[in-house]
Design a protein around this ligand. Structure first.
Ligand SMILES: [Cu+2]
Length: 667
């Protein structure tokens, strides 16, 4: 294999060069340990772009997997959906610069994180639990990506990754910043063939692909973005951003169809005033608009053979979201008030056509998601109260009203009415106490509410089985308790957290009748813990360990909740002198035998994989190379097959041994 020779050559060069480069640089890792130790509370975790750059992750979901409590739904080579502490879909908020961007696909081919490229992103912050009062929903937590912002002067970043299965990630950004204004432009290209798993077969071989499609590209994506910043005086800043993304030919062996294309526009404008007076620390107005066009069909599958059209089935789906918010931070008494108002409107429409529906008129269009509008308005206020030098109490409340209305008819809207109104009240109380300097204790109590989404309310797709929403669903309410302990010195930190979520009217996907699958409100609990630690050992060695688990119980049926990830762990040893590093990591997941019998879920065996990587930085250049799944294990994760009516029944295996090399130039 030429690629492995290339990697060996690069690693040898790095090893030879390293001693000449000196040991002066303070490891970036120590800084990260300090940030994790000092600045993050027990319910927060963040992913830095250093970690993304070193990894062969194809998307934000895959990159976030290394954090405690995060798993992904594997549907193919890309577009992995984020699962946070066992919560997924609308139970978590995934945003970029606080922009809500929804997927258009009713089968979640394009989850929110699919729509922003990580070359756009500077960092990703994860808040575990319903502690973010600044936006609606998010009862399981929030994943908040923050986009890159230009620094002073000219800056540029070029990144080239090439790996097994012809995986190619190219990105380039160029920026210029002065006191008065700044501008940033970026472009990213991603391409890959379908990965081969440990048995040497492509992921496409587990599904019903036509022979010619097995070796076709797994995805091809182009993303371009532009960001303009204008500073008026010392206290006012305005930012305008626009991103266009075109994803083509994205394969989903998890499902019965593939995406022909996803076209996404995202536009946002922010105006921020800071230190406006002694009391008013910050006032910010944000507004955004985004739109996704998604078309999927089964033209690459054997199901489309000998049909009147080039497909047996096709879904044309569109979603459009617009929102605005006004928020302020005001000093009051010993602490700080945070308050604001926000609103968004989302439209979602999906039309499905199938050859044999109906026999009299083949390809009769079905209003699968009947042009549904949601309008949500919310208000929030919170207070950060430093009770003493080492104790902070934070509290906040949030209220929302929402109305949902279907614009076209299907079986559900015609028989049971086509609009609903909702109201929601949430809030939280967080105590952060440092009894002694390295030790910190966290106690959090929170209530979060999220309304049912248009799919859960109104989807209707006749078939075997029929996929059916329920227009009478109630919002899910989460009452959660969090306990955390953290011990952090400059050179190491350890953190342990426990959470317990009591969920009323949890929206559960299940078999509703022998012929119908759909959604029901049930009472449920999800609870679990995360443990993590990072230690700077002598001789520039670093050890990192992480463990996380979550259990889900359906209290109505006394059975486990579906799609709960098993216990997982990570152990990594790294040598890093600030100039070059080598790292070995072991990823572990336990067997999952807690399965939902109502959906005929299957158990998943335990697995372990080994990853190796190395990298070096010389001036403006960095070079990284690695091998993931070194021993070419054949395995699937528990979240690798669809329980939905669009289930193909195939489990999508994880990639087998794969190599990658990344060259980065940063100026
Ligand atoms: Cu789709």
């Amino acid at each position: 294999m030429s690629l492995s020779h290339l990697l060996l050559g690069l690693a040898a060069t790095a090893l030879l060069l390293a001693p000449r480069l000196g040991w002066a640089a303070e490891p970036l890792l120590l800084e990260e340990i300090n940030i994790r130790g000092d600045q993050q509370s027990a319910i927060e975790e963040s992913l830095t772009m250093r970690e993304v750059r070193e990894s062969p992750a194809r998307d934000i979901g895959e990159a976030l997997q290394q954090l405690g409590g995060i798993n992904i739904v594997r549907k193919g080579a890309i577009a992995n959906d984020i699962v946070l502490r066992g919560f997924q879909r609308d139970n978590i908020n995934v945003t970029i610069d606080d922009v809500r961007i929804n997927g258009a696909c009713p089968a979640r081919m394009d989850p929110p994180a699919f729509h922003f490229d990580f070359a756009e992103v500077e960092s990703v912050e994860v808040i575990k639990g319903p502690y973010d009062i600044t936006s609606p929903g998010g009862i399981g937590g929030s994943v908040k990506a923050v986009s890159k912002r230009p620094g002073p002067g000219f800056g540029s970043d070029l990144n080239l990754t090439y790996g097994s299965f012809d995986m190619t990630n190219l990105s380039a950004t160029a920026a210029y910043g002065s006191d008065a204004y700044d501008v940033l432009a970026g472009y990213a290209y991603k391409y890959s063939l379908s990965p081969r798993s440990g048995d040497g077969k492509r992921q496409t071989e587990v599904a019903n692909y036509r022979p010619a499609a097995i070796d076709s590209r797994a995805y091809e994506m182009n993303t371009g973005w532009l960001k303009l910043g204008v500073n008026s005086g010392a206290h006012l800043r305005s930012e305008l951003g626009y991103t266009y993304q075109d994803a083509d030919h994205v394969l989903y062996p998890y499902l019965k169809m593939d995406a022909d294309y996803d076209r996404t526009h995202r536009l946002n404008w922010n105006l921020k005033g800071h230190d406006l007076s002694g009391r008013v620390k910050e006032v910010e107005f944000k507004t955004y608009w985004d739109k996704v066009d998604h078309v999927m069909d089964d033209r690459l599958r054997t199901s489309s053979l000998a049909k009147p059209k080039y497909y047996m089935m096709q879904t044309d789906a569109k979603t459009e979201t617009a929102g605005a918010s006004l928020g302020a931070r005001i000093a009051a008494g010993p602490g700080m008030v945070k308050t604001g108002i926000d609103l968004y409107r989302r439209n979602w429409d999906a039309v499905n056509e199938r050859a044999m529906y109906t026999m009299a008129t083949p390809y009769t269009p079905v209003n699968m998601i009947p042009d549904v509008d949601i309008v949500n308005v919310g208000l929030y206020a919170g207070y950060d109260w430093p009770l003493a030098a080492n104790i902070t109490l934070r509290g906040g409340l949030r209220g929302d009203v929402a109305s949902v209305k279907a614009g076209t008819a299907n079986v559900l809207t015609s028989s049971r009415g086509n609009d609903r109104d909702f109201s929601a009240l949430g809030g939280n109380l967080q105590l952060q106490w440092k009894p002694s300097d390295p030790l910190e204790i966290f106690v959090g109590l929170a209530r979060g509410v999220r309304i049912p989404d248009p799919e859960e309310l109104y989807i209707h797709l006749p078939g075997a089985p029929t996929w059916s929403g329920d227009p009478d669903l109630d919002p899910t309410v989460n009452h959660q308790l969090d306990l955390g302990v953290k011990y952090a010195t400059g050179r190491w930190f350890a953190s342990a957290s426990l959470f317990y979520s009591r969920l009323t009217d949890y929206i559960n996907f299940t078999q509703l009748s022998p012929t119908t699958k759909g959604y029901e409100n049930v009472d449920a609990t999800i609870y679990g813990s995360e443990l993590s630690g990072q230690v700077a050992l002598p001789a520039d060695l670093f050890l990192r360990a992480a463990y996380s688990c979550s259990w889900g119980d359906n209290r109505d049926s006394d059975e486990p909740l579906a799609e709960m990830p098993p216990h997982k762990g990570l152990l990594a040893l790294r040598y890093d002198n600030g100039t070059w590093f080598v790292e070995a990591a072991e990823n572990l997941a336990a067997r999952q035998d807690r399965v939902d019998p109502a959906l005929l879920e299957e158990e998943t065996p335990a697995w372990a994989t080994t990853d190796l990587k190395a990298g070096a930085t010389l001036g403006q250049w960095s070079l990284y190379a690695g091998i993931n799944n070194l021993f070419d294990r054949q395995y699937t994760t528990h979240l690798s097959y669809q329980r939905d009516p669009f289930a193909l029944g195939s489990k999508v295996p994880e990639p087998g041994r794969n190599l990658y090399v990344t060259l980065n130039w940063n100026y």
